[in-house]
Structure formats: C-alpha cells, structure tokens
Design a protein around this ligand. Structure first.
Ligand SMILES: Nc1ncnc2c1ncn2[C@@H]1O[C@H](COP(=O)(O)OP(=O)(O)OP(=O)(O)O)[C@@H](O)[C@H]1O
Ligand SMILES: Nc1ccn([C@@H]2O[C@H](COP(=O)(O)O)[C@@H](O)[C@H]2O)c(=O)n1
Ligand SMILES: [Mg+2]
Length: 220
C-alpha cells in the first residue's frame, strides 16, 4: 500500500506541493519511523550505526542523501552544495523526495531518519506528503563546545566541517531545529539522550528505547 502510494507520488512531487491531490495518505502504514535529531557532531550517525547493527533498522541520513545528490547529475546539485556550504536548510520538498525514494526501496519497514526534520518546514512537509508521523524521536543533547570539537576532528572531508560553517550550523540548529524538538517533546514522542560520554555509554541510553519498541511490537 505504502509503496504504491509513494510510487504514484514520486512523479507528482514538485518544488511547490500545495494541492490536496499531491498528498499521500498511507493510513495503513505499518512501518516504524524514528527521527534522529541533534546538533552538528552530536553523534547521530555514530549511534544510528549501532542501532542498525543491534535492532536491524534501515538508516537514512538526510545529509548523506543530499551529499549523494551533489555528486550525481541532479538538477539540484549545485543548489544543495551552496546550501550545505552555508549551513542552511535545503528546501523541504527536495529532501522529502529523497527520503521517500529510500522509504520505498527494499523490504525493511523500520527506519531511522537521521538529521530530519531540521525545521518546522521540513516537519510539516513530511507530514503533509506522507500523511504520517514518526513513532518516536531521539534527540542527542550535546553541549556546543563538544559538538565543535567532534566536528573539527571528524576528518571525513566534509565541506561543512570548518569553523565558519559550524558556527552557522549551530545558529540554524538553535533557531530552526530546536522548535521541532520542542514540538515532539510536547507531543510526548521525544527521547532525550545525554550525548556526552563514550559511544558505548550513550548507546546504553538508546538501547532501552528500541528494546521497548520491539517488545511493544511483539505484544500487539
Ligand atoms: N560519544 C562520542 N565521543 C567522542 N566522539 C564521538 C562520539 N560519538 C561520535 N563521535 C565522533 O564525533 C564525530 C561526529 O559524529 P557523527 O558524525 O556521528 O555526528 P552527527 O550528529 O551525525 O553529525 P552531523 O550532523 O554533522 O552529521 C565523528 O568523528 C564521530 O566519530
Ligand atoms: N533535513 C536536512 C538535513 C541536512 N541538510 C543539509 O545538509 C547538511 C549536513 O547534514 P548532516 O545531517 O549530515 O549534518 C546540513 O547542515 C544542511 O545544510 C538539510 O538541508 N536538511
Ligand atoms: Mg551525521
């Protein structure tokens, strides 16, 4: 059902989704969708790798999908590159389209959507287009100083891993991403994780969230 609706949606997504007909409403969606949020360098990707290994989720990193789009022949490539270099947010329709393509591919129905939604605009676009909400949301809460230290020593050749872009990303995190985190906290969907400590220590806070989700799925 989800696949069919997404397939029909793929051709209809444009940069301005305003019409009712452009929505998909997978009411019977049986997927588990987890949003993974946190500032730059808070450890989202690192912890997602552990969740994949332990709980078999499929990891979709919005940033990775956008970076792949830059190196492909995408019409959006140069716009995405400029946006990432400036630490700003790519228009939601572009990012949601990339996420939907991944949700549609493969057999896995348990998804970690890392680095999304980064703004209320992202959140609303996802809800509007898919007609669905995340089952729960992880927030890796990390002090700025630690995030800056981690990003500057990441050494993966990312164009945004420099002090100027990090400062911009931190401002964007505070102004656009924190309201989304507050939104899910108010909805009772947020799991706040203290992102300071070793990778293993942090994962020991993450593990019970997914263990409870598995238990619930067994019972229902
Ligand atoms: N608990 C930790 N302690 C120290 N370093 C860590 C920890 N977790 C991750 N790192 C390191 O910090 C860097 C950033 O981690 P990661 O890429 O997982 O962050 P992220 O939240 O995905 O960042 P971004 O939003 O920029 O993609 C990496 O080099 C990673 O190895
Ligand atoms: N929802 C998103 C996610 C990311 N971006 C852009 O990509 C950059 C890198 O993202 P990471 O998750 O890999 O840190 C980010 O700074 C944004 O420029 C986006 O626009 N929308
Ligand atoms: Mg990451």
């Amino acid at each position: 059902m989800l696949r069919r609706t997404i397939a029909s949606l793929k051709s209809s997504i444009s940069l301005h989704i305003t019409e009712e007909k452009d929505r998909i409403c997978p009411k019977h969606i049986d997927s588990v969708i987890t949003f993974v949020l946190g500032g730059p360098g808070s450890g989202k990707g690192t912890q997602c790798a552990k969740i994949v290994e332990t709980f078999g989720f499929k990891h979709l990193s919005a940033g990775d999908l956008l970076r792949k789009e830059i190196v492909s022949d995408s019409e959006y490539g140069s716009m995405i590159l400029d946006t990432i270099r400036e630490g700003k947010i790519v228009p939601s329709e572009v990012t949601v389209k990339l996420i939907l393509r991944e949700l549609e591919s493969g057999d896995n129905h348990k998804f970690l959507i890392d680095g999304f939604p980064r703004s209320e605009e992202n959140r609303i676009a996802f809800e509007h287009i898919t007609g669905s909400e995340p089952n729960f949301v992880l927030f890796f809460d990390c002090p700025e100083e630690e995030m800056v230290k981690r990003v500057l020593s990441r050494n993966q050749g990312r164009i945004d891993d420099n002090i100027d872009t990090i400062k911009k990303r931190l401002k964007v995190f505070e102004s656009l991403n924190l309201p989304v985190i507050d939104y899910y906290a108010k909805k009772g969907k947020l799991h706040r994780i203290n992102a300071v400590g070793t990778e293993d220590e942090i994962f020991e806070q993450v593990r019970p969230v997914f263990a409870a989700c598995e238990k619930k799925a067994t019972i229902t």
